[in-house]
Write a protein that binds this ligand. Structure first.
Ligand code: UD1
Length: 375
């Protein structure tokens, strides 16, 4: 039996790492790792493979950056050849990036079983490219693995047959827990000369925040105030860096003495930085979840989240891009609010094992034991 696992962009790497490990337990299951090449820079790609001990992909499609249509189409053209040649029994895709839907669509058109890990999340904001990727991928998948109960409900509401839906936990948290001690060993705090608990960490890359100069300026305005009260460390995404240059906004940042831009970080350094922060400011999806597990209060610079459990657990709040709301939310945290003490059910480091077992049983036509499919 053969399963192709697909990765493309930075947030996919920490999700595929524990799955590759978990599949290794099944000797008669051959795994092929395909990288679409959506992300390719050393800092966005190689560093993660090395640090997370992910096997080198057997196949790299080397698609790179392009418009949504061109990127998706090029991935589809190249991935179709791979599926025809490899003849897998199943293809597994993770998350919500363009590589996810591109490879998913190719898979089902060739009559191969499609598995989606991190299914069912909905921001209900269709202006987000990821939301379209999520809805489409879920609607064509044969097995859908969810991180939280709300995702299960979303899929049911959309008419997905309950026997395809599995609540198995969060593979990204598997990685965070597995690498806890290596994260501790990172020297990033010394290298950038900050003390634990004395700074905020910021990430910003959503097109809705950084592809519109007015929107980006509003966020910078909020950051100018926040950095007066707490230094802000900002590992910058290439998309955001380019836009700051294009719109000549770098000078504004340089004039804010406690807003420090640093290059994108590898997995271990970034999570050490996050773990030592007093506050996370982010528009990322995954960081909302990771901050929850690390018990770092999170202010999300968006109007919605596809990960409502992070709000329910009390560790996250939505502040949009309005400067007053962002500053007020940051101040609430500085006044001692917003730290969650709870962890969502099944975010216990075992999600990938649960998924691998269910996939294996499904491919070998065995029935999953009662209690494994918690849908
Ligand atoms: C993509 C995902 C997004 C995810 C994000 C994480 C989609 C639709 N978006 O967004 O869901 O949260 O990855 O990073 O799939 N670039 C580089 N080096 C790289 C990769 C990109 O410099 O290795 C630059 C390119 O100029 C590119 C831009 O960053 O045009 C954006 O990259 P792209 O993959 O299109 O989207 P992301 O914003 O990274």
């Amino acid at each position: 039996m053969k399963i192709i696992n697909v990765v493309g962009a930075r947030p996919n790497f920490m999700k595929i790492a524990p799955l590759m490990d978990a599949f290794r337990e099944y000797e008669d299951l051959e795994t092929v790792l395909v990288h679409t090449g959506q992300h390719y820079d050393e800092q966005m790609n190689d560093l993660f493979f090395n640090q997370l001990e992910i096997p080198r992909p057997q196949i790299n499609l080397q698609i790179g950056s392009a418009s949504h249509a061109v990127q998706t189409a090029e991935i589809m053209k190249a991935f179709e050849k791979v599926v025809l040649e490899e003849k897998p029994d199943a293809v597994l895709v993770v998350g919500d990036v363009n590589s996810t839907i591109a490879c998913g669509l190719v898979t089902v058109k060739l009559g191969v079983k499609l598995i989606h890990v991190e299914a069912g999340l909905r921001s209900n904001d269709r202006s987000m490219p990821e939301e379209i990727n999520r809805i489409l991928t879920d609607s064509i998948s044969d097995m859908l693995f969810c991180t939280e109960q709300q995702a299960v409900e979303n899929l049911r509401r959309e008419g997905v047959s309950p026997d395809r839906i599995f609540l198995t936990g969060n593979v990204m948290i598997d990685t965070l827990l597995r690498f806890k001690s290596k994260i501790q060993q990172s020297t990033i705090l010394e290298r950038i000369e900050v003390r634990e608990g004395s700074y905020a960490v910021l990430t910003l890359h959503r097109p809705s925040n950084v592809d519109d100069p007015e929107q980006l300026e509003r966020i910078i305005c909020a950051l100018e105030t926040v950095q007066r009260e707490l230094p802000v460390i900002f590992p910058i995404h290439p998309r955001t860096q380019k836009n700051l240059e294009v719109w000549d906004l770098n000078a504004r940042i340089n004039e804010a003495p406690n807003l420090h831009i640093i290059p994108p970080l590898g997995y271990l350094d970034f999570h050490k930085l996050l773990e030592g922060a007093r506050l996370a400011l982010t528009d990322s999806g995954g960081i909302q979840e990771e901050a929850l597990i690390l018990k770092i209060p999170c202010v999300t610079l968006r109007e919605n989240t596809e990960r409502p459990i992070t709000i329910e657990m009390g560790g996250n709040c939505l502040a949009g891009s309005d400067p007053e709301r962002i500053v007020a939310a940051a101040r609430r945290v500085l006044n001692g609010n917003g730290r969650s003490i709870l962890a969502p059910p099944l975010w216990d480091g075992m999600a990938a094992r649960r998924i691998a077992r269910l996939v294996y049983e499904s491919l070998t036509q065995k029935i999953a034991p009662i209690g494994m499919t918690q849908n």
